[in-house]
Design a protein around this ligand. Sequence first.
Ligand code: PEP
Ligand code: MG
Length: 537
Amino acid sequence: MRIAVDLAEDGIIPRDEAVMRIAPRALSELLHPQIDPEAPREVIAHGIAASPGAATGRIVFSSTAAQAAKAKGEGCILVRPETSPEDVRGMQAAMGVLTERGGVTSHAAVIARGMGVPCVVGVNDLRIDPRQKTLRAPGGRIFREGDTITLDGTSGAVMAGAVPTVAAALDSAFLRLMEWADDLRDIGVRANADTPAEARVARNFRAEGIGLARTEHMFFEEDRLVVMREMIFADSESDRRAALDRLLPMQRSDFIDLFEIMRGQPVCIRLFDPPLHEFLPQDREATRDLAEALDLPLSQVTARVEALQEVNPMLGLRGVRLGVTMPEIYEMQARAIFEATIEVGRRGAPVVPEIMIPLVSARREVELIRTRIDAVAAAVRNQTGARFAYKLGVMVETPRAALRAGEIAAVSDFLSFGTNDLTQMTYGLSRDDAGRFMSAYVAEGVFAEDPFHTLDLDGVGELLLIAAGRGRATRPDLTLSICGEQGGAPETIAFCRAAGIDYVSCSPFRVPAARLAAAQIAVADRRQNGESAEGAA
Ligand code: PEP
Ligand code: MG
């Protein structure tokens, strides 16, 4: 990269040629420490490379142990059969994350990429037993809590012991190259960011706003989780509203933070998406603690937890279905967004928030939610006398929403393709279980690549084209974007650009590579059309 940039600065090659010489994936590697290519290593297993970079640390088997290790200043690797939202704080505390199950869009993978934490998932050859606190490698070798391992989230390797790494290399050549790329590209690049830390990374990497802020993670902070659970256990709408009233100021401050960090850039906030039982305890001990905290009989708490279980939660009561059946949750979120908008506007950084409805499959869902959110906006305007604008859009992540995009666009300001769920539902392939057979499927040539990693242009891509065409036929100025994990991959960016999509949104650490890839695609296209390159020295 330095050589290419120097040659362009000296006028030996044009800038667009320098931009063309760097592989976007190699650029991503520069942003994270990597395993020293010369270093000896003992690989014990291979999994799916879910979040790039190398990490060394002592094994811990629980989120609590990871947080304790961090408090003592010790680097650890969080090792879990799979992760759930309860593990997020442990993931934040760990140097790296390793899971036995999962694929590139399973929980561990998505969260780790957002945080920039190296992660390997779907390591089928390992047996992880969190109760016994053991990790069994092929051949029977046992690793225990406190043993050191190294992960390579770039290749998917899991190694015994500490393996030397080389540091991330961000320098002025990188910044210069990125400037040139931005002059050349013609598709927008935003970031998926939920926390202030992620938003800061997004801002530093010059994302042009947030394309997806997943709000549910905000409720896993300890103080909020308790109130969230009270809300879930409320028997009546008024009790639910009382709990939500306590969550409102916390949620408002989340949005104030995001708006302030992004300083006037667009922020697209997705309303609450997961099934409610993700917020409930998983085992008996935690259920007992919860019963105590809520001052309810254990039997009642257990019954409620069981009642909320679903056979197939990803296709169950989540997303807009919660919004329709428990309107007060989205109403609280909308109020928090509007109040934050007013507050940050007063501080001198006007924002036009974008509110996104997840898991839509019918126009009527959007109409119902829009009516209620408009009513909240009117109430907030009345109460405060403030003026503000907002946009309301839909996440296209069910095949039906893609097919019915024409009528959905009539009631939406924008559509954003959630290609994680859209891939899951188009293939009928679970995001969380695909890792079990994905490598066999790719090896047998059934799938050319993991469709959760590289967008399936033939199938999922066709749905995307249908939706884009039908949406724009209804509303020619409809903003279109993609916010699934594939959004950062060069092949996806090329496809989206050709489909007339306005911007891609990907995890913050993938933003530089996406900016570079977008520039390369534009340059290649212009060259093919015989146009002279803009931005050339
Ligand atoms: C998606 O489904 O593509 C998406 C971006 O949302 P999530 O990963 O949170 O389901
Ligand atoms: Mg989704």
